[in-house]
Design a protein around this ligand. Sequence first.
Ligand code: 5RP
Length: 217
Amino acid sequence: MTQDELKKQSALAALDYIEGGIIGVGTGSTVNHFIDGLATIKHRIDGAVSSSEVSSARLRQHGITVYDLNDVGQLSVYVDGADEANDRLQLIKGGGGALTREKIVAAASAKFVCIADASKRVAVLGSFPLPVEVIPMARSYVARQLVQLGGTPVWREGFISDNGNPILDIHGLAVHDPVALEQQINQIVGVVTVGLFAQRPADVLLLGAAGGVETIT
Ligand code: 5RP
């Protein structure tokens, strides 16, 4: 099976977690498969809150109502992909640049179901460059602070998030204490969001593999 077929397998497995109401929907190629699958059971939900303009457009194309998070209460479930996941269901996310809205929608959801192909599973987070969204005027200042943490921040040139901000990708980190690093980076003035999902990890990880979907809780 190709990596994309494995992504699709995990995405379709997440449909079993949809119980109705308004759900949270993330961003990325795995989530695109989920949205396409969601369209087949859209009569079961009232709509969605999305973590990006791209996902909102895909949801609307399928006739699924997209709500502003401010207009709804707690979401029952959030389905999103990841760039890396460890066995404690802590994640690196933000390869697609949607990390800030992803973290907000995850925080507003009772359950976070993460979907990915099995290649995303790692023993130690950090081989995938860790994204950090920053306030534009603070980009260089934050980069200097990140160097002091032992990483090599690289400006994602030419990219601006849906919130109008640049992103730094930190290379060369081995994240042995994800909760502590998330807190440390959050404390740097000018940081909007770090793409470590450790303080609020996923609740369920669905990994697509050749032998089927593995469920980790
Ligand atoms: C976007 C994300 C994505 O969930 C992550 O990059 C995984 O993407 P894909 O499903 O395309 O592999 O965090 O900001």
